[in-house]
Design a protein around this ligand. Structure first.
Ligand SMILES: N[C@@H](CCC(=O)N[C@@H](CS)C(=O)NCC(=O)O)C(=O)O
Length: 254
């Protein structure tokens, strides 16, 4: 029998581990880090890139989301979704929460994911949310719309939000939203660097072109080539097949 209240309490009240790098000497053998994920999930990749920035070793556990494991249900009883990071048996769920946990738990190792300055940190969180709240919905709508007018309206809506992001990146004048290296906003936007070209290919319409969005276009290439990212990408051909199937499904069923 599930006891959602008790399980949620377990998730919320778990004592957070000491920052891993509080120890004078790192004892990697005393740390056990597991990541429950799914090969195509952009949320999981966000966490993989964050772990890569910090150089954290971990065991990756692939979940079958149609037949979720007892471990996933136990560790994320509220949402029952991946990713879940399990640090010495203690679970952390929700990718944004996990990324911040990683930045804090291994604060003295690897690059910073969130800026040190509180205002800059707030701004990074703001733009990371912008990506989820304002940018991803019209892009997904553009990809899945079956009716041409709806698809065009979604494309225009996505272009408006992309303009905002383009301006923001150009204003910063840096390689990444996080400055000279990949940070929170880059991680949140990250999967779009390979997803948008796939959508463009499948639909046969371009969205982020070099002439329309020069800064974003250059960022996409830089992000995919960045050291914490380039060796941790999903199998792109398999992913494209999956997206083709998803688009077929929406075309048939809407
Ligand atoms: N807000 C969550 C979203 C995670 C999410 O949607 N995960 C999907 C895979 S991409 C999942 O586990 N879906 C299983 C389900 O909905 O049952 C996060 O940021 O971690």
């Amino acid at each position: 029998m599930h006891e959602p209240g008790r399980q949620a309490e377990h998730l919320i009240s778990s004592t957070p581990p000491r920052p891993a790098m509080d120890h004078q000497q790192e004892d990697a053998t005393s740390e056990k880090v597991q990541l429950l994920g799914m090969w195509a999930s952009p949320y999981v990749f966000k966490v993989k890139w964050a772990l890569s920035i910090k150089g954290v070793e971990y065991e990756y556990v692939e979940e079958d989301l149609r037949n979720k494991s007892g471990q996933l249900l136990e560790h994320n009883p509220v949402h029952k979704k991946v990713p879940v990071l399990v640090y010495n048996g203690k679970p952390v769920a929700e990718s944004d929460v996990i990324v911040e946990f990683i930045d804090e738990a291994w604060s003295h190792r690897g690059g910073r994911i969130l800026p040190e300055d509180p205002h800059e940190r707030a701004m990074a969180r703001f733009w990371a949310r912008f990506v989820y709240d304002k940018l991803k919905p019209p892009i997904w709508k553009w990809f899945t719309a079956a009716v041409e007018e709806e698809q065009e309206a979604a494309r225009e809506a996505a272009v408006e939000q992309l303009k905002v992001l383009e301006e923001q990146l150009a204003l910063g004048g840096k390689e990444f939203f996080g400055g000279e290296s990949v940070g929170l906003v880059d991680l949140s936007l990250g999967a779009l660097a390979y997803v948008i070209p796939m959508y463009e290919e499948i639909i046969g319409v371009s969205l982020v072109t070099e002439d329309r969005f020069p800064s974003l276009y250059a960022w996409m290439g830089r992000f995919l080539a960045a050291p914490p990212v380039k060796d941790h990408l999903p199998p792109l051909e398999k992913l494209e097949l999956r997206f083709r199937a998803i688009r077929e499904y929406f075309l048939k069923n809407t």
